[in-house]
Write a protein that binds this ligand. Structure first.
Ligand SMILES: *[C@@H]1O[C@H](CO)[C@@H](O)[C@H](O)[C@H]1NC(C)=O
Ligand SMILES: *[C@@H]1O[C@H](CO)[C@@H](O)[C@H](O)[C@H]1NC(C)=O
Ligand SMILES: *[C@@H]1O[C@H](CO)[C@@H](O)[C@H](O)[C@H]1NC(C)=O
Ligand SMILES: *[C@@H]1O[C@H](CO)[C@@H](O)[C@H](O)[C@H]1NC(C)=O
Ligand SMILES: *[C@@H]1O[C@H](CO)[C@@H](O)[C@H](O)[C@H]1NC(C)=O
Ligand SMILES: *[C@@H]1O[C@H](CO)[C@@H](O)[C@H](O)[C@H]1NC(C)=O
Ligand SMILES: *[C@@H]1O[C@H](CO)[C@@H](O)[C@H](O)[C@H]1NC(C)=O
Length: 512
C-alpha cells in the first residue's frame, strides 16, 4: 500500500508502537492511538531524540519507490490537447482523467504532460494518479474567471464550490469560492511531479480583480486537495498563483519536496504551502519567494473551525529557503481554531524579509498551538525575527465567541542566528490568556545599529531563556532553562542538553 510519511522520530516512534502490537491497524484505530500521544512522545524522547537534535540527516520518507512507478501512462496529447499556450485544454485534462480512472485498481496511471504551454481551466484529479510535467512543460491557468458552466460554449474555467466547513465561508469573501486549478477530493495516492515542469497560475489578473474589488468569490489556489491521503508534490516549479499555492486540507500523509515556488513580492496572499487541518505532512527542500507567508500552518476559522475540530499535527518542515517582504517565513495561524500541535521546523533560511517565524491568533479563535520546535534558523536582514500576535482579529462573521480563547504553549526556539535584524522578538499574548512555556535557547540575533526599538518586547507571554543575545529584558523570561525548566520546554535537542550539563548560565555567556 502507498503511504508516504515523514521519517521524523515522532513517526518512527509511532510505527514502532504499531508494529510491536503485531497487527495492522486501520486508520481509525491509528487516530485513536493518538490519544496515547504522551506515551509516544516519551518513546520518541528515549529512542531517537538525539538523532533529531543532531539535525540535517532526516528526510521525508516515501514508503516505497515503487509507488512512483505507474504501469500505465498516457500523454495529454492523446486527448486532443494542444500545447500552444492559446488553446484551452480543460476538456482534454478532464477526459484524460476520466479515462485513467479505469486503471485505479490496476496500479494506477500516469498522465504525461510533454514540453509545451498547456492552457487550462480547473480540473479534478483522481486516485492512484501521477500527474507528470516533463521538462519544459507548463500548465497555464486560464485568465478568464468564468464559472457559468451551465451556459453553452462557456469555458468552465474556474467553477465555484462550497466553502470549507472549517471556514464557514470563502477566506476573503463571504459565500462560495473558486475551485483551485488542480483540485481533488476524497483521493488516495496522488503524485504531482516531473522534471521541473511548471504550474503557472497567471495570477496577475486575479491580483488586479482583488485589488480593484471586482471579485465575486474568493480566489482559487493552484493546487487544493481535500480529505485525501498519500500525496506527493515534488520536483516542480509553481509560478504566480492567484491565491495560496498549495493547500492540503483534511489530508494525511503528505510530502511536499523540492519545489520552487515564486510569485512577486507584492502579490496579494500568494502563500507558498498551507497545510490545513492535516496530519503527517512533510515539507522539505523548498525555495519559496512569494507575496505572503512561505509556509502557513492552519486549522480552521473561529466558530467554524472550533466545531469542525480538525487539528493540524505532526508537521515537519526542513530546509526551507526564501523571502517574503510582507509576511513570515513560517506562520502558524491565524486560522488555528481546530488546534495545531507537534510541529518540527528545522533549517529555515530567510533573507531580506519581514518576519522570521510568527504565531497569529485572536480571541474568538479558540483552539491551541502547542508543542512546536523550531531549530537551526538563519535570518539575514529580517525586520522581526520572532513574532507572536494575540489580537490578529479577522473574523468570518459576527457569530464568533470572543470568550473562545486560544491556548498557546510549549513553543521552543533553539539555535537561531540572525544578522541585520530589526526587532529580535515582538511577543504579544492575550490579556488573561498568557502564552506560556515559550523557550529560547541559543538564540543570537544581531540587531541593526540604527534600530532604536528595544530588541525584545513582551506582553502576556511567559517562558524561559538561556544563551540568548541580545538578552531578553522582559521579566517574564527572567528564568533560565537549565536545569529546573528543561522539561517545561518542548523538544530540547540532545546537543544543547549535553552542553548544559555542568554549565551554569553565566560562564557560557562569557564565552560569546
Ligand atoms: C467526498 O466525500 C463526501 C462525504 O462522503 C461527499 O459528500 C462528497 O461528495 C465526496 N466528494 C467527491 C468529489 O467525491
Ligand atoms: C473523505 O473521503 C472518504 C473516502 O476517501 C469518505 O468516506 C469520507 O466520507 C470523506 N469525508 C469527507 C468529510 O469528505
Ligand atoms: C529536484 O528537482 C529537480 C527538478 O526539478 C531535479 O533535477 C533534482 O534532482 C531534484 N533534487 C532532489 C534532491 O530531488
Ligand atoms: C526549475 O525551474 C525554475 C524556474 O525556471 C528555476 O528557477 C529552478 O532553478 C529550476 N530548478 C532546477 C533544479 O533546475
Ligand atoms: C463578477 O460578476 C459580474 C456580474 O456577473 C461580472 O460581470 C464580473 O465579470 C465578475 N467578476 C469576476 C472577476 O469574475
Ligand atoms: C524527484 O527527483 C529526484 C531526482 O531526480 C528523484 O530521485 C525523485 O524520485 C523525484 N521525485 C519524484 C516524486 O518523482
Ligand atoms: C547554537 O546555534 C548555532 C546556530 O545558530 C549552532 O551553530 C551552535 O552549534 C549552537 N550551539 C549549541 C551548543 O548547540
Amino acid at each position: 500500500m502507498f503511504s508516504p510519511f515523514c521519517a521524523s522520530p515522532f513517526w518512527y516512534g509511532k510505527e514502532v508502537m504499531v508494529m510491536a502490537n503485531g497487527t495492522e491497524k486501520s486508520v481509525r484505530e491509528r487516530e485513536g492511538a493518538e490519544a496515547k500521544v504522551t506515551q509516544i512522545v516519551l518513546l520518541y524522547v528515549l529512542l531517537v531524540h538525539g538523532l533529531y537534535g543532531a539535525g540535517g540527516s532526516l528526510h521525508c520518507e516515501y514508503s516505497s519507490a515503487g509507488s512512483l512507478h505507474r504501469p500505465h501512462s498516457v500523454s495529454i496529447t492523446e486527448f486532443g490537447a494542444v500545447g500552444d499556450g492559446v488553446t484551452l485544454n480543460t476538456k482534454a485534462f478532464q477526459n484524460a482523467l476520466f479515462y485513467l480512472n479505469s486503471f485505479s485498481d490496476k496500479g494506477g496511471a500516469k498522465l504525461f504532460v510533454p514540453a509545451g504551454q498547456w492552457l487550462t481551466g480547473s480540473f479534478d484529479l483522481i486516485s492512484h494518479l501521477t500527474l507528470w510535467l516533463d521538462k519544459g512543460a507548463t500548465i497555464l491557468g486560464s485568465t478568464a474567471s468564468d464559472h457559468l458552466f451551465l451556459l453553452p460554449q462557456s469555458s468552465e474555467n474556474w467553477p465555484v464550490v462550497d466553502p470549507l466547513p472549517s471556514y464557514g465561508r470563502g477566506r476573503e469573501l463571504p459565500g462560495r469560492r473558486h475551485r483551485s486549478l488542480i483540485y481533488g477530493q476524497n483521493l488516495t495516492d496522488v503524485v504531482i511531479t516531473g522534471q521541473n515542469g511548471t504550474i503557472d497560475g497567471q495570477g496577475s489578473v486575479w491580483w488586479d480583480w482583488f485589488r480593484n474589488g471586482e471579485l465575486n468569490y474568493t480566489r482559487p489556489h493552484l493546487v487544493e486537495l481535500i480529505n485525501s491521503t498519500g500525496l506527493i508534490i515534488s520536483n516542480l516549479t509553481f509560478l504566480n498563483s492567484p491565491f495560496w499555492n498549495i493547500h492540503p486540507v483534511y489530508c494525511r500523509d503528505v510530502v511536499v519536496k523540492n519545489l520552487t515556488i515564486l510569485a512577486p513580492l507584492e502579490s496579494p496572499n500568494t502563500d507558498g504551502v498551507d497545510p490545513d487541518s492535516s496530519t503527517n505532512v512533510c515539507i522539505e527542500d523548498c525555495y519559496i519567494v512569494t507575496g505572503d507567508d512561505l509556509v502557513s500552518i492552519k486549522s480552521g476559522w473561529d466558530e467554524y473551525g472550533i466545531s469542525y475540530a480538525r487539528p493540524s499535527s505532526k508537521i515537519k518542515i526542513n530546509r526551507l529557503r526564501g523571502q517574503t517582504t510582507s509576511s513570515s517565513g513560517i506562520a502558524i495561524g491565524s486560522e488555528m481554531s481546530g488546534g495545531v500541535s507537534e510541529i518540527y521546523i528545522s533549517d529555515l533560511h530567510l533573507f531580506n524579509s519581514n518576519t522570521g517565524i510568527r504565531i497569529k491568533t485572536s480571541p474568538g479563535r479558540g483552539g491551541y498551538v502547542r508543542n512546536v520546535h523550531v531549530s537551526n534558523v538563519k535570518l539575514d536582514n529580517v525586520q522581526k525575527a520572532i513574532r507572536f500576535t494575540g489580537k490578529y482579529g479577522e473574523h468570518p462573521d459576527e457569530k464568533f465567541d470572543p470568550r473562545a480563547l486560544p491556548a498557546i504553549e510549549r513553543i521552543t526556539f533553539e539555535n537561531v542566528n540572525g544578522g541585520d535584524i530589526g526587532v529580535a522578538g515582538l511577543l504579544e499574548g492575550i490579556e488573561g490568556d498568557e502564552f506560556k512555556n515559550i523557550c529560547f535557547l541559543n538564540v543570537t540575533l544581531t540587531v541593526k545599529k540604527k534600530s532604536k526599538k528595544s530588541p525584545w518586547k513582551c506582553s502576556n507571554v511567559r517562558g524561559y531563556s538561556q544563551w540568548v543575545s541580545p538578552e531578553i529584558t522582559c521579566d517574564s523570561f527572567e528564568e533560565g532553562i537549565f536545569p529546573e525548566h528543561s522539561s517545561d520546554c518542548f523538544g530540547l535537542s540532545e546537543s544543547n542538553l549535553e552542553t548544559s550539563s555542568g554549565l551554569s548560565r553565566s560562564p557560557w555567556l562569557l564565552s560569546w
